[in-house]
Design a binder for this molecule. Structure first.
Ligand SMILES: *Cc1c(COP(=O)(O)O)cnc(C)c1O
Length: 463
């Protein structure tokens, strides 16, 4: 017998209209946007899977807590409520709010990195690496090799390869490392989790070397769900407890609250390190605001505190990740090349295999994201050579192993019928894939180029 359907643990109280456009309108819109989905107007988009960042639907509880925001400049009640929620849910001692995740990365990098030091990470993330490099640090990739194979079904592709860490220490010494930056549900690898067993080993190794672990905790809860489902001994453990155990292996975190925390804006850094906390408060005043608001309104901090409590409800996080799986499964069943296993926040199309007739320098992921928009008004994001940017020394393109299009599912926003529309569009493109031509970059910003780069279509290759 087919297993019984499990529905979302919420019902819809308010709706926002979305509009389907014509193909002609979409062709014009993508040309005007320089074939960059970041430059489209959201009014031209039908189903927006650009990102799960800040696109969450908030709950009635979060909206009502916003009315209780204390907008005092200093010492706002709302800060203390956010601090208490962070201490309860994440377990760190000190909180510094920031306007979003990259501000926490900025402050952390400026304080913790001495020029020339390495920062090992389980794969890079765009803003994290940008801030490490601005502080004079050097990104060092310590993710396991399986993460770079989109066809590997390994259940914990976000794991850290301790041999790679040891190699760095053997060659350069532990003093050459600023800290370990460990990300749950590694975004750039396809939302892939690490296991608790791996984290435990990394933590023991880091202690031996005297190195702090700073999490990029952005998608920690989704990682906890995979641990609960896949790792022995966690099946009956509530997500709340898994998260506390995970964070307990670190010395602090940076956080983009626009993801796990179920809010539209916000972030923070948290730490157990008293000296670091003092310095972080000095810097946050310069860049963000007083340490009791850090660029956030009182109402934002209220919504965030409530969001932290909702995100660790087991039913919620199961339904969130299962919706991503629902889309991924349809594409797999139809034989489309996607990153496996399906990640926690997004389904990633493998553009190298989807468009094998394009070279990496013809920007296959950028091309495929543009084609998907023209086909159905679905907006996705490039995660390939454009996102990887240029080598700071040689200035050549960094050519990443993975060339992906990310279909990112906002939290609590779309229904599974929307997922069906997305799946049908991907399948239609796959059937006609040899008709899709590559792109040429005509404008390239110096840093984080994927946000604003512009492209033109290459001439059709006649067959
Ligand atoms: C979004 C994100 C960030 C940056 O956070 P912002 O809130 O966008 O500044 C950092 N790390 C990861 C893994 C992210 O997904």
């Amino acid at each position: 017998m087919k297993p019984r359907t499990i529905a979302e643990p919420y019902k819809i109280k308010m709706v926002e209209s979305i509009r389907m456009t014509t193909r002609e309108e979409r062709e014009l819109a993508i040309r005007e946007a320089g074939y960059n989905t970041f430059l489209l107007r959201s009014d031209d988009v039908y189903i927006d899977l650009l990102t799960d960042s800040g696109t969450t639907a908030m709950s009635d509880m979060q909206w009502s807590m916003m009315m209780r925001g204390d907008e005092a400049y200093a010492g706002a009640r709302s800060f203390y409520r956010m601090e208490a929620a962070m201490q309860e849910i994440y377990g760190f001692r000190h909180l510094v709010p920031t306007h979003q995740g990259r501000a926490a990365e900025h402050i952390t990098s400026q304080i913790r990195i001495k020029a020339g030091q390495y920062v090992p990470m389980n794969m890079y993330f765009t803003t994290t690496r940008a801030h490490v490099e601005r502080a004079g640090g050097i990104f060092y990739d310590c993710i396991i090799d399986e993460a770079k194979d989109p066809w590997s079904d390994f259940p914990f592709k976000g794991n850290v390869d301790i041999a790679k860490l040891q190699k760095l220490v053997d060659e350069k010494g532990a003093a050459s490392i600023a800290y370990l930056n460990i990300a749950p549900c590694v975004n750039m690898a396809g939302g892939q989790p690490f296991s608790m067993a791996n984290l435990r080993e990394v933590s023991a190794w880091a202690k031996q070397q005297g190195l702090p672990i700073i999490f990029d905790a952005t998608r920690a809860v989704e990682n906890c769900y995979f641990i609960q489902q896949r790792e022995e001994g966690y099946r009956e453990v509530p997500i709340r407890k898994i998260l506390r155990e995970m964070m307990g292996y670190g010395d602090g975190c940076t956080m983009s609250s626009k993801k796990d925390n179920l809010v539209n804006i916000g972030g923070f850094l948290a730490t157990n390190d008293d000296a670091f906390f003092v310095k972080a408060k000095e810097l946050v005043v310069v860049f963000e605001g007083m340490p009791t608001y850090g660029g956030l309104a009182g109402r934002d901090m209220e919504a965030l505190a409530q969001g932290m409590r909702e995100m660790v409800e087991d039913d919620y996080i199961a339904s969130r990740v299962r919706q991503v799986e629902y889309l991924g499964q349809q594409l797999m069943d139809a034989g489309l090349p996607i990153v496996r296993p399906v990640g926690g926040h997004a389904v990633f199309l493998d553009a190298k295999r989807f468009l094998p007739h394009l070279s990496q320098d013809q920007f296959p992921s950028q091309t495929l994201a543009a084609a998907l928009f023209v086909d159905s008004g679905v907006r996705a994001m490039e995660r390939g050579i454009v996102s990887a940017g240029r080598d700071p020394i040689t200035h050549d393109h960094v050519r990443p192993a993975l060339e992906l299009v990310r279909l990112t599912i906002p939290r609590r926003v779309y229904t599974n019928l929307h997922m069906d529309v997305v799946a049908e569009s991907c399948m239609a493109l796959y059937e006609n894939r040899e008709r899709i031509n590559g792109l040429r970059m005509v404008y390239e910003p110096e840093s984080l180029r994927f946000f604003q780069a512009r492209f033109e279509e290459l001439e059709a290759v006649t067959v």
